[in-house]
Design a protein around this ligand. Sequence first.
Ligand code: SF4
Length: 343
Amino acid sequence: MINLLDLELNKMEQLLSDMGQPKFRAKQVFGWLYKGVSSFDEMSNVPAVLREKLAETAEIGLPQILKVQQSKLDGTRKYLFGLKDGNAIESVFMKYKFGNSICVSSQVGCRMGCKFCASTLGGLLRNLTPGEIAGQILAAEKDTGERISHVVIMGTGEPFDNYDNVAAFIRIINDKNGLNIGMRNITVSTCGVVPMISRFGEDFPQVNLAISLHATNNEARSSMMPVNKAYPMEQLIAACREYGQATSRRVTFEYTLVKGVNDGPKDAAALAGLLRGMLCHVNLIPLNVVKETGFETSSKSSAIEFQKILEAKGVPATIRRELGDDIDAACGQLRLNAHNDAL
Ligand code: SF4
C-alpha cells in the first residue's frame, strides 16, 4: 500500500495520471489529506469510483495515538505515536504566543549516541518516511483541534542522517495546497553532521538551522557527542560561518546546561570566543533530567550568569522556557519509559 502522505504534489499528480486522472484531481486529494481526513470517503468532491480505486492501492497512513501526556502547567502535549510496523515515536505539541509548534521525530531511535539523550539508548531502528513525519503534525492537529504553524525537527533522530525523507517532508508541509507552513517557520536541528550543512543551505535557504553544540572544546564535546570525533568543532563552526554567509540566516546554537560539566563562567567565555562575529543566537537549555544518563540540570542562577556573559561579549542568548516540566518532556523519554514499562 502506498501511504499518500509520503507523496509530494508532483508525485501525487503522477500517481493519479497513471490512473487516467486529470492534474486537478491530485490537488483535490492532496488538499483533503492536509485537512486531516482519515478516510477516502471524506473526500467529498472526489468521484466515488476514484475513491474506491485509491482505497485498493493506497492508504492515509496516520499514526495512532498510543499515549498522551498533557502538562497542567502550560498545555504542552507529549505524544507517543504507534506506527504500522509496531514501532513507536514521540512528538511534542507546544503552545507559544506566536502560535502552536510541534517538535517531530525523524527516525525511530538514533545512531548518534549523544550521552545525555534517551533516544539513542536502543540505537537506530529505521528512518521515518516523509509521510510518517508529516503524520505527526496531522495527528496532533486532529487531537487538539488546533492548527500548528511552526515545526521543529528536533525530536528523536538526526534529520541529516535521513536527509532525503526530511527534505521531502519539508516540501510537503510547505506546499500551499496542503499545510502551507512557511519555510521560515520550520527549524531543522542537527547534532553536527557537517557535510550536510552546505547542501541544506543550498536546498532550503529559508529554513532555520539549529546546531546542538553543548560544549566549547573538542575533548568535552567528543565525550558527550560521538559525532564530534568524525566532525570536530573547527569543521562544524567553519561550516556554520559559511552557511551564514551563503544564506544570510542566523544559526541557532543549542547549548544544554549540564551542572558541573559545561555551565561555568569559563565555559560561557569560551563559547562567546568560539562564536565571535558570527550571525547567530544561542539557545540555553536547562537539561531535562533523564535518570539513565546520570546528568543533573544547572541552577537557574548559573543559567542566568551564563547568559549574561554571552551577551556582554556580543553573542545574543536566551534561556529556553521550560515547557512541559511536569511531564516526560525530554527527547526519547516517553518512548523509553513505554519500553521499560513493557519489560
Ligand atoms: S540528541 Fe538528537 S542526535 Fe543526539 S542521540 Fe539524541 S536524537 Fe540523536
